[in-house]
Design a protein around this ligand. Structure first.
Ligand code: BGC
Length: 767
């Protein structure tokens, strides 16, 4: 392996110090800071450039210890400070799978996407997935995984929703906390991202998110707050965009007042890659690491200190936090990594966890498949299975199990004539896509179009229905960073609509069933077609074992227990945020500073006019029809709930629920607790999720008890007038539900008034 070509080297003047024995230890950080030169301090605050773009950032690129790392910190050899390896995330470790002159391979496990993990609503499961993923981080020699990503699903069209968890901050925060705990149990770090308000990809480098302080705190920051307080992630990554006219990485309000002063965070904050425009402002704001860094940023810091714009104490504080991170990393502790993580064990982890986040949307007795052997497998995606989204959230995996392979592994036979037709079609489509990609130049890495659907008229459906026992139709979608989904990606195409309609009709004509499987990363239109087939399973993008995981569910080996962490609207325009969201704008990555003279709505600035009315908070308050409500999902069995009334003990409110399986197969159930506040002076949504739990496996006829706990502080809303979190006194209704629209029991508790002072933040200067 090539050695770093740029570390802070020894000049003649520093020779004496170079020879000194002073080396970084956990207990001598202040001594090290006192011995560092200004150049070394600036160097430590900026990274060392893109290692995969050798030579493009003259003198500042290194061949990282872990090839394919997204970035590293700068090594300062004379003081015993190693380069810390930062790698993407979040569906697994993203490193280069092969290395020149090396026969070994370095593939990583592609685990399910974030949205599938949150659909499990199972913190224990997510923590276990995190443990497995973190073992790969450790054993491949990396230090920090640039994950999890937990921005709120503000609108279904956001291109990175697949990496994110939910439209609800409690779900996002709790799942992120579990993920962080799992990863960090290996002694490696995480980076919760993108802090914050990164809810669109269009013009993500400079979009100005205009958000009320209340919505900022209750919706967009709440999940980060939960993750910070419950799991203490080693690092936080700021987003590219602005919040109320200030880049998030330059926002003192965000990175110091809220994150550190209010939430008590003591770790490192780093920029997103190439984000951050003025390094001195970043450091002052409390964003101490600039990644992947370059000479410009390094010079900015030195100049700012020399000109008195950046006090040395602030730079020292930043250096201290970075060194406190360095000493915790395996790379500092000289951990002897094996380069042999337990890939086989982790394949089993991803296969099983994916089954638990699949959401059964419809089932008219079609699933699990009984007495079916021969399957007519229809739809391009069945043969071109999508493991996860594109961009930095993709993983260099050794393989992807297609649905066709998964079904074969489970003992089904798939129709060879149909398979041959699709394979020929996909070959042509891939050639078409490659030629488009080749014209995109620099933006090619963001290209995420997948093979288009084949005209189902090309298939002999009458013959297929005769020859097979059942039809499985797959609908696929992909997306990734750098652009948002287009409206047509949300809607079903005419071919897809025809495929569902005609295949189902042909199979029904001979008394057979048709099942639709969704291999998607984000919400799609479902209201117009969901009642046509006999079952609909949302399989999401379940990682490299996807085909096996789906086969486990449809064969009945596994009982799906996922529920939707977001609302599925009838039309995407039903979301209030759709009035202020970039629609069909394509890839825009402008970095123009200052802002262009004429700013374009939803591209240069986005007004979060809906305030706190995101997702079900909007739909349920307005009582709007939805296709599937938040928290919805079926099982192969049915459950009844027996809920005790809410019990108040001091400031803690507890609801015990006994869940009974009254069907014929074992299964798990997600139980949700919503709270409706009394009418007070603050505007409140009709109900808000405050807690959730997943039962263990319940055998038929048996029961399990779950306890849902809410603290008085969880009932607070943010009052911008008084700059405080306020719980208004009155009667609160605690509602136990199987979804936001399926409330099974309610009870009430009297809650006393409470107020907790915070700081006024994110104020816009008068123009
Ligand atoms: C993404 C981050 C990622 C980083 C490093 C950026 O483009 O927004 O999520 O961690 O690149 O690859």
């Amino acid at each position: 392996m090539k050695k770093a070509i740029m570390t802070i080297g020894c000049t003649a003047m520093m020779l004496a110090a170079c020879q000194s024995e002073l080396k970084l230890r956990e207990d001598n950080i202040d001594e090290i800071i006192a011995a560092m030169t200004l150049e070394e301090k600036a160097g430590l605050c900026v990274g060392v450039g893109y290692n995969w773009m050798d030579g493009t950032d003259a003198g500042w690129n290194i061949q990282a210890k872990v090839p394919g790392a997204a970035g590293t910190t700068m090594a300062i050899e004379r003081l015993g400070i190693p380069a810390i390896q930062l790698c993407d995330g979040p569906a697994g470790l993203r490193i280069q799978p092969t290395r020149e002159g090396d026969e070994a391979t370095y593939y990583c496990t592609h685990f399910p996407i974030g949205t599938l993990l949150s659909s499990t609503w199972d913190q224990e499961l997510v923590e276990n997935v995190g443990k497995a993923m973190g073992e790969e981080v450790l054993e491949y020699g990396a230090d920090v995984l640039l994950a999890p990503a937990l921005n709120i699903h503000r609108n279904p069209l956001c291109g990175r929703n697949f990496e994110y968890y939910s439209e609800d901050p409690v779900v996002a925060g709790k799942i992120a906390a579990a993920y962080v705990k799992g990863i960090q149990s290996n002694g490696v770090g995480t980076s919760i991202k993108h802090f914050a308000f990164n809810n669109q990809e269009t013009n993500r480098l400079r979009d100005n998110a205009i958000v009320s302080e209340r919505a900022a705190r209750e919706i967009y920051l709440k999940g980060f707050e939960i993750a910070v307080k419950e799991a203490n992630p080693m690092t936080v990554m700021t987003s590219y965009n602005m919040i109320n006219d200030v880049y998030t990485s330059e926002s003192y309000d965000l990175n110091t007042t809220v994150l550190r002063d209010e939430w008590g965070y003591t770790g490192v904050v780093m920029t997103d890659w190439t984000g951050g425009y003025d390094a001195a402002k970043n450091i002052h704001a409390g964003n101490e690491m600039i990644q992947p860094g370059n000479k410009v940023k390094y010079d900015q810091i030195i100049a700012a200190v020399n000109e008195g714009r950046l006090p040395m104490e602030e730079l020292d504080q930043a250096v201290r936090r970075i060194l406190e991170m360095v000493v915790k990393c395996p790379g500092f502790k000289n951990y002897k990594y094996s380069n042999k993580p337990d890939l086989e064990g982790h394949a089993a982890v991803t296969r099983q966890s994916a089954t638990e986040g699949m959401v059964l949307l419809e089932n008219k007795g079609a699933l699990p498949l009984k007495d079916a052997k021969k399957v007519a497998l229809i739809g391009v995606t069945s043969y071109n299975w999508i493991a996860g989204g594109t961009g930095s959230g993709d993983v260099n995996r050794a393989y992807t199990v297609n649905l066709t392979e998964g079904l074969k592994n489970a003992g089904f036979e798939t129709d060879a004539t149909i398979a041959a037709q699709y394979e020929a079609w996909i070959k042509k489509e891939n050639a078409r896509l490659d030629s488009i990609k080749s014209t995109l130049g620099q933006n090619a890495w963001m290209f995420n179009e997948t093979a288009g659907e084949m005209d189902p008229a090309a298939l002999d459906l009458t013959a297929a229905a005769q020859a097979n026992d059942v039809a499985i139709i797959t609908i696929g979608r992909n997306s990734g960073e750098g652009s948002d989904r287009e409206v047509e990606n949300f809607e079903l195409s005419a071919y897809e609509q025809a495929m569902i309609k005609n295949v189902t009709a042909a199979f029904h004509a001979v008394g057979k069933k048709a099942v639709v499987i969704l291999n998607i990363g984000g919400v799609i239109e479902s209201a117009s077609w969901k009642n046509i087939p006999d079952a609909v399973l949302c399989a999401w993008q379940g990682g490299q074992e996807g085909g096996n995981s789906v086969a486990d569910v449809i064969s009945g080996k596994a009982n799906p227990s996922g529920k939707l962490p977001m609302t599925w609207p009838v039309k995407f325009t039903d979301h209030k945020s759709s009035a202020n969201f970039p629609i069909n704008k394509g890839i825009i990555q402008s970095e123009s500073i200052p802002a262009p003279a004429t700013e374009v709505k939803d591209v240069d600035y986005t007004i979060y006019e809906e305030g706190i009315y995101v997702g079900y908070r909007w739909f349920d308050t307005q009582n709007l029809a939805v296709s599937y409500p938040f928290g919805y999902g079926l099982s192969y069995t049915t459950f009844t709930y027996a809920a005790e009334d809410v019990k108040a003990e001091g400031e803690t409110y507890t609801v015990n629920v006994t869940v009974t399986n009254n069907g014929e197969v074992a299964g798990k159930e997600v139980v949700e607790l919503y709270v409706t506040a009394p009418q007070g002076s603050l505007d409140k949504p009709a109900q808000e999720l405050k807690a959730f739990a997943k039962t263990p496996v319940i055998e038929p006829g048996k029961s399990a008890k779950v306890t849902l706990t809410v603290k008085a502080d969880d009932l607070a809303s943010y009052n911008e007038e008084t700059s405080s979190w306020e719980v208004e006194a009155g009667t609160y209704t605690f509602k136990v539900g199987a979804s936001s629209r399926d409330i099974r029991a309610t009870s009430t508790a009297e809650v006393a008034a409470k107020a907790t002072k915070a700081h006024k933040v994110f104020q816009r200067a008068a123009k």
